[in-house]
Write a new protein. Structure first.
Length: 450
C-alpha cells in the first residue's frame, strides 16, 4: 500500500510539473483522456444547461402518453464523432431540427467553462453538421508548429491559430494581403516566416524595403529583385507591370480556343498553361507601404502617384499573371492619399498585429469583420507576435507565428539560393551578393514569439 501511495504521488507530481512546464506533453499524456471522459459524462447536462436541446417530437410524446410511460427528455445534438488532437478535442455534432450553427457559436464561452477547456470554437461543416474544436491549453503562449503540414503549390504555413490548427498563406485562394503592426508587435517575425515558407518553392521573391534594406537585404540571396528607396521602388514596380503585360500576351497566344478544346483546358491564367510554358509566379513584399505614399515636394508627389498607381494595377490585374502582393506597414489610413482605399479593396487577406490606433484597425477589418476591430486594438504589448487574421468572407481568428530569428531566415534563404529565378525584366534590380557563405548555426529559438 505504501508503494502504491508513493507511485500515485509521483504520478500526480509529474502531471503537475508537466502541466506547468510542458502543457503539450501534459495534454498528450493525461489531459486528453480526462477531457474526453469529462465531455462524454457531462454532455447531456451541459447541453441542457446551455439551452442547446430541443423538446421531444410530438409522436414521442403521444406514444409516451398512450403507453403510460415517462415523458421523454429534451434531446441535445447527436455526437457523430469525437477524436483527440495534439492540442485538444474535436467534437462533430448533428444538429436537431430547429437548431442552428449560431446557437453553438453563441454558447461557445459557456461550453468552455462547462467542459473545463481553454478555448472552444465552432464551424459549420455542412448543413446540419457542426464541428466544435476545443483546445486543452493556451497554444499561442508557446507556439509549436506541427512536424508535418499540408504541402500545396503556393500555400505555406506561417502561424498557429488559437484552436490549434495551422494558419496557411494560400496565394491561389487569397492572392493579395495586407499586414499591419506597430513597432515591436511581431510583424517582422511574421514576414520572416512568410519568406522562410516561400524559400523552398519555385517562386520569385521581390522585395521593397525603404528602410535602406535592413529587413529584407540580409535575405537577398533568395530574392530576384530588391529596392531600398522609393525611387528604385517606382522603377521596379513599373518593370513588374511590364512583366504582367508580357505574361498576359503569352496567355492570349496559348488559350487554344477552338470548338474541340474542352472549357477546362482553355487558359485564363498562368496555372492553366502547360508546365513548360508557365511563367514563374512572383511574390512582391512591401515592407513599409507608408514610406511609398509620403511626399514633401511636387516631384515626390508625382513619384508617389506613380507608385500607388502601379500597386493598384498589380493588385487588380496581377493574380492571373501570377503576381501576388504582400503589403506591410505600421500605419495604413486614408490620410496616405488618393488610391490607398482603392488599393485596400483589392487586398483580400488582412492580418493585424498590435496597433496603436483604431483607424488602422478599421482600415484592416472595418469593411470585412467589424467585430475584429476591437480584438485587434486590445492585443497586449507583452504578447508580441499575436495577431488577428481575417479575409473578405468575414471570418477572423487569433494567430501567432513561431519565433524565427534573422539568422535562421538568412540561413534558410542561403540554403535555397539556387532556387532563385533570374527574370530578365527584373535583372537591373537583382541584389548583388558575394559568394555563398557557410551557414552559421542558429541559436536555439526562444519559446516566446518576438
Amino acid at each position: 500500500m505504501t508503494a502504491f501511495t508513493v507511485a500515485l504521488v509521483l504520478v500526480v507530481a509529474a502531471a503537475g510539473l508537466l502541466r506547468w512546464r510542458r502543457p503539450a506533453w501534459y495534454w498528450l499524456a493525461f489531459g486528453v483522456t480526462l477531457a474526453a471522459l469529462r465531455v462524454l459524462v457531462r454532455y447531456r447536462s451541459v447541453m441542457e444547461a446551455c439551452g442547446l436541446t430541443v423538446p421531444p417530437a410530438r409522436w414521442r410524446l403521444s406514444l409516451a402518453r398512450a403507453t403510460n410511460q415517462p415523458i421523454p427528455e429534451p434531446r441535445p445534438p447527436r455526437i457523430r464523432r469525437l477524436w483527440p488532437t495534439r492540442t485538444g478535442l474535436v467534437l462533430r455534432l448533428k444538429l436537431r431540427p430547429g437548431q442552428d450553427v449560431f446557437d453553438i457559436a453563441a454558447a461557445s464561452d459557456r461550453l468552455r467553462h462547462s467542459f473545463s477547456m481553454f478555448g472552444v470554437t465552432s464551424r459549420e461543416v455542412r448543413s446540419g453538421v457542426v464541428e466544435v474544436r476545443m483546445t486543452g491549453y493556451d497554444v499561442l503562449k508557446r507556439v509549436q508548429m506541427p512536424a508535418k503540414t499540408e504541402t500545396l503549390p503556393m500555400r505555406v504555413p506561417v502561424a498557429l491559430r488559437e484552436d490549434g490548427s495551422v494558419h496557411y498563406r494560400d496565394y491561389r485562394a487569397i492572392p493579395h494581403a495586407l499586414t499591419l503592426g506597430a513597432t515591436e508587435s511581431g510583424k517582422s517575425v511574421y514576414q520572416r516566416n512568410l519568406v522562410a515558407g516561400l524559400a523552398p518553392l519555385d517562386v520569385a521573391l521581390v522585395g521593397i524595403d525603404c528602410k535602406q534594406g535592413v529587413e529584407l537585404f540580409p535575405l537577398a540571396r533568395r530574392f530576384s529583385a530588391l529596392a531600398d528607396s522609393p525611387d528604385t521602388a517606382a522603377e521596379l514596380l513599373d518593370a513588374l507591370v511590364a512583366r504582367m503585360a508580357d505574361v498576359y500576351r503569352l496567355i492570349r497566344t496559348q488559350q487554344r480556343i477552338t470548338v474541340d478544346v474542352p472549357d477546362a483546358e482553355i487558359a485564363a491564367d498562368i496555372w492553366d498553361l502547360p508546365e513548360e510554358l508557365r511563367p514563374t509566379p512572383v511574390v512582391v513584399l512591401v515592407d513599409e507601404v507608408a514610406e511609398l505614399a509620403l511626399y514633401a515636394t511636387k516631384e515626390e508627389e508625382r513619384r508617389r502617384d506613380r507608385i500607388i498607381t502601379a500597386l493598384v494595377r498589380l493588385a487588380q490585374l496581377g493574380r492571373a499573371a501570377g503576381i501576388y502582393l504582400e503589403i506591410c506597414g505600421q500605419r495604413f489610413g486614408s490620410e496616405l492619399g488618393k488610391g490607398i482605399t482603392m488599393l485596400r479593396a483589392q487586398l483580400t487577406g488582412r492580418t493585424a498585429h498590435r496597433l496603436n490606433d483604431e483607424t488602422s484597425a478599421n482600415m484592416a477589418f472595418g469593411d470585412i469583420a467589424p467585430d475584429a476591430v476591437l480584438a485587434a486594438i486590445q492585443i497586449p504589448a507583452e504578447l508580441r507576435g499575436l495577431a488577428i487574421a481575417g479575409d473578405a468572407s468575414g471570418g477572423w481568428h487569433r494567430i501567432r507565428a513561431p519565433h524565427t530569428s534573422l539568422r535562421q531566415a538568412v540561413n534558410l534563404c542561403n540554403r535555397y539560393a539556387d532556387r532563385t529565378p533570374d527574370l530578365p525584366e527584373l535583372a537591373p534590380f537583382r541584389p548583388t551578393t558575394g559568394t555563398a557563405t557557410e551557414l552559421v548555426p542558429s541559436a536555439k529559438a526562444s519559446p516566446a514569439t518576438a
